[in-house]
Design a binder for this molecule. Structure first.
Ligand code: FAD
Length: 426
């Protein structure tokens, strides 16, 4: 199914293609935030783009946490894509609140949203996808196209093959197909490495009734509960449901070897209740009222990864540099990749596509190495024996003993500045 069933279509500018892309067919594999952002940015500059996505339709429900978009990366890409105004219609700045607890349920730090300074609003994954899908020309996305392999042709192009579909030809391929990318092996033999952590992801419906204490702690934003080298991380989505992750270190094959049947909610509940047995009972209640569980081993690419740029073939987003979510930057990096790649291909500074790709990959690998390092440091901190102390020290430094003054101070500041419109609102 193509993207013609959508509503709220966003107007397309029409331009003649940038010189490097004239008469070039561009294939983007994967309609995640990275691939869709790139498609939008290239189409705005007149390029001939097709996105191949394995999901059957745009209506497949996307699971998982909401995403906070940062001003210098994710939001910048949306701004250049002309989608900032549409973004603010679905964004949730109130999702910026943070509450940090210990395992006994004692609040250690609350950081309410500073309304006038709101800079990292949350957006649900499905809303972000709809926004980007609706910004593309009709027929840009070919749904239900599971990419299998690519091969160079004699006339300097690529032939793409799909499961149960006709093959396609393209002059330039971008692999935006996520952590288990099937494009990546054609670019580099370097594989993502298991991070040491497996999350158990849960979605809790009607949390206001089902687990009111947790709902109150999450307070429309983010909850971090750390202790015993484990964590419970919670987030509210736009529909009011909570997405919760139980995080802990496990061997890479733990999902297969633990003896837990992760398709059985009862077995996963039993495991979680045992693993968190001496935590505040509200957490045990949380596991009890959850029905949707999924185990997610987390992977990261090596910080020093490097490869020779391939002929008219590159990667972006998780396919290029997957990282665990502990620094909350994966989607922002994917969208910034899209922005930088579109810029390199269309800004007229390079005489060949190859030069443009080389420059993009250099920038992308340098930038994401820093993000990867930050992610690894955060992951280590979250699972350290003194995780809570480390987190408070990192956030507040010497001001930690005064942390209980933060909520009233922010409330007073919000009161004083309540008449002001946050600067970023359009
Ligand atoms: C549990 C968890 C929580 C996270 N939380 C955050 C967070 O709070 N903040 C943040 O910034 N990041 C977070 N991330 C990371 C973030 O989700 C990713 O970095 C981001 O989605 C990457 O976007 P992408 O477009 O590169 O890839 P993806 O979002 O993975 O999209 C890839 C697309 O390619 C498609 N695809 C895959 N294989 C094929 C194929 N063979 N053929 C055709 N299509 C294919 C997929 O169906 C998908 O649509 C989290 C990740 C996880 C696992």
């Amino acid at each position: 199914m193509k993207n013609h069933e959508r509503t709220n279509h966003i107007k397309q500018p029409s331009l003649s293609p940038a010189p490097l892309l004239t008469e070039k067919r561009i294939a983007i594999i994967g309609a995640g935030p990275g691939g869709l952002t790139l498609a939008r940015l290239l189409q705005m500059r007149g390029a001939d783009v097709t996105v191949y996505e394995r999901e059957r339709s745009p209506h497949v429900r996307i699971q998982g946490s909401s995403l906070d978009l940062h001003p210098e990366s994710g939001r910048k890409a949306l701004q250049v894509a002309g989608l900032e105004e549409a973004f603010w219609r679905v964004a949730r700045p109130e999702g910026e609140t943070h509450t940090i607890l210990d395992k006994n349920g004692v609040i250690q730090l609350r950081i309410p949203q500073i309304k006038v300074l709101s800079s990292k609003p949350e957006i649900d994954r499905g809303d972000l996808r709809d926004l980007l899908v609706n910004s593309l020309q009709l027929g840009t996305i070919l749904w239900d196209h599971h990419f299998l392999a690519l091969a160079a042709t004699a006339d300097d192009r690529y032939k793409l093959t799909f499961e149960g579909r006709e093959p396609a030809l393209a002059d330039l391929i971008i692999g935006a197909d996520g952590v288990h990318s099937k494009v990546r092996p054609s670019v580099t033999p370097i594989k993502p490495v298991y991070s040491g952590v497996t999350l158990i992801q849960m979605e809790v419906a009607n949390p206001k009734v089902q687990c009111p204490q947790i709902f109150q702690w999450v307070n429309k934003g983010n909850l971090f509960v750390l202790g015993d080298q484990k964590g419970i991380l919670g987030q509210q989505k736009g529909d009011g449901n909570l997405v919760v992750y139980a995080t802990a270190e496990h061997p890479e094959d733990w999902v297969a070897t633990s003896g837990i049947d992760f398709t059985s909610p009862e077995e996963v509940k039993a495991y979680l209740k045992g693993a968190f047995a001496d935590w505040n009972p509200v957490f045990l209640r949380l596991f009890e009222v959850t029905q949707d569980f999924a185990a997610r081993p987390l992977y990261g690419t090596p910080i020093d990864q490097h490869w020779e740029t391939q002929h008219h073939l590159t990667l972006l987003g998780d396919a290029a540099h997957v990282m665990p979510p502990f620094a909350g930057v994966g989607v922002n990096m994917a969208m910034q990749d899209a922005l930088e790649l579109a810029e390199c291909l269309t800004n007229g500074q390079y005489t060949t596509i190859q030069q443009a790709l080389e420059h993009y990959e250099q920038m992308m690998l340098t930038r994401t190495a820093l993000a990867q390092k930050k992610t690894m440091d955060q992951e280590e901190m979250f699972h350290a024996p003194d995780a809570l102390e480390q987190l408070l020290k990192k956030l507040l430094g010497p001001w930690t003993p005064l942390r209980h003054l933060i909520p009233p101070a922010i409330a007073a500041f919000n009161g004083l500045t309540g008449w002001m419109k946050p600067a970023h609102y359009v």
